[in-house]
Design a protein around this ligand. Structure first.
Ligand code: NAI
Ligand code: 1HS
Length: 255
């Protein structure tokens, strides 16, 4: 792929690291300007500088997706820096472990706040602009955990399930305004901070093989493999994709 997103202006939440940053790199290579919003403001600013050095147009700013005022401010700043917004990648997310009877209300609420409310607040902040211009594309990040039940991940499975179905709701609501909404649902991406914490400290061959057995492809995923799917969904190559949930999981949910 090359030049799929020339002139596009895309906001990425959680853009300072992991899948968000990897996607920002690919978007820039495809010709887009990007705004990286992250709770870790210095990571977002450093990442934007790195992309600028590579010749890209990039802007970094601190923002908390769980806070409406913070999101409104950051989206306004991003729109000014980029000269508008026509793409949003709702990527910020946190995982967490716990069964229903063992999870604390605080941990449950935090996982929902970042994954679900965060997707709502960022979308809420960009949609008026997209509706007014009659054009836009939003990609939300679900997970394999959003379509199947994974033992020990109650809040995360519930939250990602909500993101996947919010995607469908938004898709049918905004298609008439020329705004396409889709989600991408990754399997385990081992090399990001979240992937590492998910795999935990037990990296014995036995433990790894047990996890890998869930993946028909025989390996975990790479951030760039999610980034390619997001580039596609944000681009006009996906002009008839509305409300889809693209599994990028090495076959994990096809079993
Ligand atoms: P990561 O932990 O490496 O990066 C997440 C980024 O989001 C960080 O830069 C973090 O500072 C930022 N962030 C966290 N809370 C935030 C908040 N309240 N406001 C703004 N930014 C915030 O995670 P990774 O692996 O890159 O994951 C990205 C997305 O992909 C998440 O939604 C995650 O649930 C999803 N995902 C990840 C998988 C994996 O195995 N790594 C698999 C399936 C889905
Ligand atoms: C954190 C990410 O959304 C993946 S949850 C899947 C964990 S596993 O089934 O691959 O162990």
């Amino acid at each position: 792929m090359a030049g799929l997103l020339i002139g596009r202006k895309v906001v990425i939440t959680g853009g300072g690291a992991g899948i968000g940053l990897s996607t920002a790199r690919k978007l820039v290579r495809e010709g887009a300007a990007v705004a990286l919003l992250d709770l870790d403001g210095s990571a977002a600013i450093a990442a934007a500088k790195e992309l600028q050095k590579e010749g890209g147009k990039a802007f970094g700013v601190a923002a908390d997706v769980t806070d409406a005022a913070s999101m409104d401010r950051a989206i306004a700043a991003a729109s000014e820096a980029l000269g508008g917004i026509d793409g949003l990648f709702n990527n910020a997310g946190i995982a967490g472990f716990g069964t229903v009877h063992e999870s604390t209300p605080e941990s449950w609420q935090r996982i929902w706040a970042v994954n679900v409310t965060g997707t709502f607040l960022a979308s809420r902040a960009v949609l008026p602009q997209m509706i007014a211009q009659g054009r836009g594309a939003i990609v939300n990040v679900g997970s394999v955990a959003g379509v199947i039940g994974i033992p020990g991940m109650a809040a995360y499975c519930a939250a990602k399930g909500a993101v996947v179905n919010l995607t469908r709701q938004m898709a049918v609501e905004y298609a008439k305004y020329g705004v396409r909404v889709n989600s991408v649902s990754p399997g385990t991406i081992a090399e990001t901070a979240m992937g590492k914490s998910l795999l935990g400290s037990d990296t014995s061959e036995e433990a790894m093989n047990k996890r890998l057995a869930k993946y028909p492809i025989g390996r975990f995923g790479r951030p760039e493999e999610i980034a390619d799917a997001v580039v596609f969904l944000l681009s006009d190559a996906a002009s008839f994709c509305v409300g889809s949930n693209l599994a990028v999981d090495g076959g994990m949910t096809a079993i």
